[in-house]
Every structure is written in structure tokens, then in C-alpha cells.
Ligand binder design. Structure first.
Ligand code: CO
Length: 213
């Protein structure tokens, strides 16, 4: 006998599957045919920032990677495998990094250090903080500082992805690929762009010059 909580979730799933099938009898057979997402989404694990809901795209449109603080770490096998699969196998034309205001990962990065796994993971946000703290030092309010840091962190991750050999090899072979940076204002339900999209070596160099690195 399944656990009561599991029973509740399974019942919810049955209800949804039945509703979908009644509305569109071929929905699931179409879904089973192929996986051809139009973008790779790298977002935060926060339950309030689910890409399908934010973008209002049909099911199956988004290849998703989520972790605390929407980080692309070039030494993380999971990040690298997702990026490689999205670019080389699925051939998505767009990659979106999306941060959000009120992010617990960002708060953690700016308020504590240590050697617990979450400290080590969010160290990568602290590195971006050290590079860009001049944009934050005049903001006294901690939650405002965190929200600005969320935007800076997205820029840093867009830059990290664009510099990866996976992306640069794709450009070299003429594969169209753009990397975009978005942030989500939870309190308004709105997405907004935080940096110029990077779609080739020239725009990567412009971004590098702009961030002084
Ligand atoms: Co978050």
C-alpha cells in the first residue's frame, strides 16, 4: 500500500492525465514521439520559479537544469553534461540563465561562509560578489543588496557558459546559439533581461570588456 502522501500525489496525477486526454486525445502519444525543446533553462531550485509556468510554453518545450542559485560551474559534471547534451544532441538554439529576487542561495552566499556543502556550492556566488561588489556597496538594505546580487550572478553565469568550450565549439561550427540572462521579480510575476544576450565570439568579447575581466 503506497504511503498516504504518495497516494495523494498519484491521485492528482491521474486526474491531470485524464483531463488532458479528454481535452486532447493525442497529447501523450505526441509527447512520446520526440523530445525537441526550444531552449535550455538554467534556473534556481526554488519551487516558485518553474520555467514552464513562467514562460507559459507548451509541455516539452524546455530542457531544464536547476540548482541552488542558478549556477553554471565549469567543474561540475552535472552542469557540463546538461550543457553538452543540450547543445550537441538536442541542438537548442537558446540558453536562458534565470535568477530571481528573494533567492535563498544568494542570501546564504552573502551572509555565511563555512565548509558545509551549501557553503561550498554558493562560494561560486561569492566569487562573483568579489568581482562586482562595487555595484553593491552603496546599497544598505540587505534584501535589496541580495536582489541586485541575483542580477549580477546571472550575468556572471551567462559569461561562464559563453566561455565554455562546448558553446565556443558550437559557434565555430556555425551552430546558432544565444545565451540570455533573465531575472524574475517574484512579487510581480515578471521576468526582465539583466544583460546583453551573447550569441557569438564578438558579443562575448564585448561582455568581457564591459565586465572588466
Ligand atoms: Co533561488
Amino acid at each position: 500500500m503506497p504511503h498516504p502522501q504518495l497516494q495523494a500525489w498519484l491521485a492528482q496525477n491521474r486526474k491531470l492525465a485524464d483531463q488532458r486526454q479528454r481535452r486532447d486525445p493525442d497529447f501523450f502519444s505526441r509527447q512520446a514521439e520526440a523530445h525537441a525543446p526550444e531552449l535550455l533553462w538554467i534556473g534556481c531550485s526554488d519551487g516558485r520559479v518553474s520555467p514552464d509556468q513562467l514562460l507559459n510554453l507548451p509541455a516539452g518545450s524546455v530542457f531544464v537544469h536547476r540548482n541552488i542559485g542558478n549556477i553554471f560551474a565549469s567543474n561540475d559534471l552535472n552542469c557540463l553534461a546538461v550543457l553538452e547534451y543540450a547543445v550537441d544532441v538536442l541542438k537548442v538554439p537558446d540558453i536562458v540563465v534565470c535568477g530571481h529576487h528573494g533567492c535563498g542561495g544568494i542570501r546564504h552566499a552573502l551572509s555565511s561562509t563555512g565548509s558545509a556543502p551549501v557553503d561550498l556550492w554558493t562560494d561560486q556566488i561569492r566569487f562573483a560578489y568579489e568581482l562586482f561588489h562595487q555595484y553593491l556597496d552603496d546599497i544598505n538594505d540587505f534584501s535589496h543588496r541580495c536582489d541586485r546580487m541575483s542580477e549580477i550572478n546571472v550575468r556572471a553565469q551567462v559569461y561562464n557558459i559563453s566561455r565554455s568550450s562546448i558553446v565556443r565549439d558550437a559557434w565555430k561550427h556555425g551552430q546558432p546559439l544565444a545565451i540570455h540572462g533573465l531575472c524574475y521579480r517574484i512579487e510581480e510575476g515578471r521576468l526582465f533581461a539583466v544583460c546583453e544576450s551573447i550569441c557569438d565570439e564578438a558579443s562575448l568579447q564585448r561582455q568581457a570588456n564591459a565586465s572588466g575581466s
